[in-house]
Design a protein around this ligand. Structure first.
Ligand SMILES: *Cc1c(COP(=O)(O)O)cnc(C)c1O
Length: 228
């Protein structure tokens, strides 16, 4: 299958999963994860109608940014504080807020550029050593500490669940994320506007949509295998 078929098939599956649970497919953002993919392939995807791309490394956004016009970028991978300054005016959203120190730096750099950066808090829902993100138990205190930062907008949560072949296990993690998401919507604050639940990748996005995801992050399902 070529990229056009891939995209059509993913869109079809998004639509089916949404309709299955009575949701409007238009409420779900398809974020094309273009890490390791070439500028040519990203342009191809753009010309096929993909508007928003996700990268997990600052260097890759910088390397591609000037060569792909008329698209939006989201940073979806772990972000080091000393690299925030390079991407702060290049990305539309950061999915991987995982520490107060990082929030402070994003806030500071956003203030300098006179912007407000939408951020999602990454949740380590399976409490895995290997993954970044905060534990769900820490979410309440974490948000309290973020309340003073006027140049970030706390917009939701993101997760990458543990790898498993058992769809029920995956589904339970997504269900838990949805509960956290709904709970967060009750929290009021000047820099809080909870809108996005970012979860679901090529292997599990239909389950994620059934459980309430409104941003799905699809890489190999669109581009094929990664080009390391
Ligand atoms: C690579 C990546 C994806 C996409 O994974 P696929 O399985 O290729 O769809 C999604 N989210 C994050 C955070 C990633 O790093």
């Amino acid at each position: 299958m070529g990229m056009a078929d891939n995209i059509n098939s993913i869109k079809d599956r998004i639509e089916k999963a949404a309709k299955k649970v009575g949701r409007n497919p238009k409420d779900i953002l398809l974020l094309a994860v273009s890490k390791t993919q070439s500028v040519d392939d990203i342009i191809k995807a753009r010309d096929l109608g993909i508007k928003t791309f996700g990268e997990n490394k600052v260097q890759e956004i910088l390397a591609k940014y000037d060569y792909v016009k008329d698209v939006k970028w989201h940073l979806i991978g772990h972000l080091q504080r000393n690299k925030v300054k390079y991407i702060i005016d290049k990305v539309e959203m950061i999915h991987s807020l995982d520490s107060i120190e990082l929030a402070e730096e994003i806030n500071k750099r956003s203030e300098k550029k006179d912007i407000v950066m939408p951020v999602l808090i990454q949740i380590n829902i399976g409490k895995e050593e290997s993954k970044s993100g905060i534990y769900e138990e820490e979410l309440g205190t974490f948000i309290e500490k973020l309340k003073g930062y006027k140049n970030i907008l706390i917009s939701g949560i993101m997760t990458i669940p543990p790898k498993t072949d058992n769809d029920d296990v995956t589904r339970n993690y997504f269900k838990r994320m949805k509960e956290l998401f709904e709970g967060l919507k009750m929290i009021k604050g000047d820099n809080i506007d909870i809108k996005y639940l970012s979860m679901g990748m090529t292997g599990d996005f239909e389950i994620a949509i059934e459980e309430g995801a409104n941003i799905v992050r699809i890489g190999t399902g669109i581009f094929g295998e990664r080009k390391y």
